[in-house]
Design a protein around this ligand. Structure first.
Ligand SMILES: NC(=O)c1ccc[n+]([C@@H]2O[C@H](COP(=O)([O-])OP(=O)(O)OC[C@H]3O[C@@H](n4cnc5c(N)ncnc54)[C@H](OP(=O)(O)O)[C@@H]3O)[C@@H](O)[C@H]2O)c1
Length: 257
């Protein structure tokens, strides 16, 4: 039996990964900050699918939290075969409206934690000659979108570079770039979503199914769903100044200050 570790497993895209991987018979290590919610999730997945689900409470915005997950990923016994770096969040507001402390926390969770956890996992995977890492980025990686977009662009660049460097070792890495997905993300950030057209919303379970199929095909970049594949085609040929205007109008309407 193989083991998958998912950060941000208790909600949204991470919870969809947990459901799908448990249904496929993987044991799980579930990581987030809310212990009660993690325990409930572990019990439910164990009861429904007969898998072992371990709970690891960790705040990936802290040194101790990152170190605890690194330690789990580095274990040679009960090793982790698949890492899903999914934990993430949005900040409410545009540049200079968001505090520097919140911007730095985002870089810690989206970049430092992803770098350190990927490194801990892939070192152990390379020794075993097999393993996979899915780093959840965003289509925001491809448009001018402040620290959020920049952090996700880093995830894409880092993951594709590492995938190339580890080619032939049996370890696969893939950056996953979702469009808008109905999760707790926007509500947690206090972002209004009523200006996002219905057709732009993706379903988390379908997204995860497409992502895992792309990983199995050996892709290092996954943009699931034909709608977003087409949009990304348009983005590639659109001047960045124009893109900045369009993307700051779509999905960046914030709730009351
Ligand atoms: N939803 C979208 O439209 C969308 C689009 C593109 C990309 N994404 C990306 O997809 C990923 C998942 O987002 P989502 O939409 O599923 O969000 P979500 O529904 O808000 O879930 C976020 C998960 O991350 C955990 N988490 C947040 N901060 C954490 C921290 N400091 N340490 C550990 N765990 C933390 C949360 O649990 P706790 O609060 O208990 O820690 C929760 O399990 C993120 O990286 C996001 O940037 C989302």
């Amino acid at each position: 039996m193989t083991t998958a570790l998912i950060t941000g497993s208790t909600a949204g895209i991470g919870a969809a990964f947990a459901r799908r991987l448990a249904a496929d018979g993987h044991n799980l290590v579930l990581v987030a900050r809310d212990t009660k919610r993690l325990r409930e999730q572990a019990t439910e997945l164990h009861d429904r699918h007969g898998i072992e689900a371990e709970v690891l409470t960790a705040d990936l915005a802290t040194e101790d939290g990152i170190a605890a997950v690194e330690e789990r990923l580095g274990r040679r016994r009960d090793g982790v075969d698949l890492l899903v770096n999914n934990a993430g969040f949005g900040n409410k507001g545009r540049y200079l409206e968001v505090s520097l402390a919140d911007e730095l926390t985002m870089l810690k969770v989206h970049c430092e934690a992803v770098l350190r956890l990927t490194s801990a996992a892939t070192e152990a995977m390379r020794e075993r000659g097999r393993g996979g890492v899915v780093n959840v980025a965003s289509v925001a990686a491809f448009v001018p979108r402040g620290t959020y977009g920049a952090s996700k662009a880093w995830v894409v660049q880092f993951t594709q570079g590492a995938a190339r460097d580890l080619a032939g070792t049996g370890v696969r890495l893939m950056a996953l770039c979702p469009g808008f997905v109905r999760t707790e993300f926007h509500e947690r950030a206090g972002m209004g979503t009523d200006n996002i057209p219905n057709w732009m919303w993706l379903d988390a379970d379908k997204l995860v199914a497409a992502a895992l199929a792309d990983l199995a095909r050996g892709k290092s970049l996954s943009v699931p769903d034909p709608r977003y594949k087409a949009l990304m085609g348009v983005v590639k040929v659109t001047p960045r100044a124009l893109l900045g205007g369009v993307t700051s109008r779509t999905g960046r309407k914030y709730g009351p200050q």
